[in-house]
Write a protein that binds this ligand. Sequence first.
Ligand code: IMP
Ligand code: MG
Length: 179
Amino acid sequence: MHNDIKEILLSEDEIATITRQMGAEITKDYKDKKPLVIGLLKGCIPFMSALLNRIDTHVEIAYMAVSSYKGGIRSSGDLKITYDLEIPVKDRDILIIEDIVDTGLTLSTVIQLLYHRGAKSVKIATMLDKPLGRKVDLKPDYIGKTIPKVFVVGFGLDYQELYRNLPYVGILKPTIYEK
Ligand code: IMP
Ligand code: MG
């Protein structure tokens, strides 16, 4: 698995620093708000779990699964909810946790849906941001690291459902997806 990685973009140490800093910020911003922290499956899992350990105030958690990538490396833009929330969002302060924001199409659709259902506020915390890939006007509120327009895997991010369990984020060797 490690052999398929050309370059490490975010090391385990960097991820620990990011979650510590972001967790502290979120703790401060959401003190006494009891936010509903929503993870977008499956990519959010490692980052969300690391981040939650660093949020030092009351939160509730929930998950949602939406699909847009269809396992490939290009975003299609049409979104399907494959697993919906089991907790009402009406009048709640929502914090969405994402692995990466690229085109922003996934999140802007989810945000609209949450406001439509009566959410009081919706903010986004993402491990990685690819602003150069953006197709809609969307700026995450908490960003771990801003990266160029490259395809990355690891710490939740997949290529054809693999590599999510890498403990760091890296760039895949082009030979892997040219196969
Ligand atoms: P967006 O709707 O284009 O912002 O896409 C967001 C989703 O696309 C992320 O949650 C990822 O699942 C996937 N994605 C975007 N860029 C990458 C990447 O570089 N590697 C793996 N998945 C990615
Ligand atoms: Mg994802």
